[in-house]
Design a protein around this ligand. Structure first.
Ligand code: FES
Length: 118
């Protein structure tokens, strides 16, 4: 019989140092749920993608995601394995996340969103 329980001594290798999921959902203007796209996400994600490439941060995964479930407070991105949710709104916010969090492991508290599920 195989044991499928989680074994604390069985460490899986990490593919990335940090893995970012950035919401790329775009709903039409006036949609009742809103969307990260309607809140200006795309130029921010483009900036992050270009920064990661330009600085050769190949240990940072950057994945375009669908809706992350908190549409009214976007643009949203989440960073794993820490589970930190950020709401950047300006290009400088992206630069700070890259420099502080990704390059130096220091969370950017002023951009953190504390979200809870009901
Ligand atoms: S549209 Fe981005 S969290 Fe739902």
């Amino acid at each position: 019989m195989s044991d499928t329980s989680v074994d604390a001594e069985f460490d899986l290798p990490q593919v990335y140092k940090h893995h970012v999921f950035a919401c790329h959902t775009q709903r039409p203007p006036g949609h009742p749920r809103g969307s990260c796209g309607a809140s200006g996400a795309q130029p921010l994600w483009d900036r992050m993608s270009k920064a990661l490439e330009a600085q050769r941060l190949t240990d940072i995964g950057f994945t375009a995601s669908g809706c992350l479930g908190f549409c009214s407070v976007g643009p949203l991105m989440v960073v794993y394995p820490e589970g930190v949710w950020y709401r950047p709104t300006a290009p400088e916010d992206i630069d700070e996340i890259v420099e502080s969090h990704f390059k130096h492991g220091k969370r950017v508290d002023r951009l953190v969103m504390v979200l809870t599920r009901r």
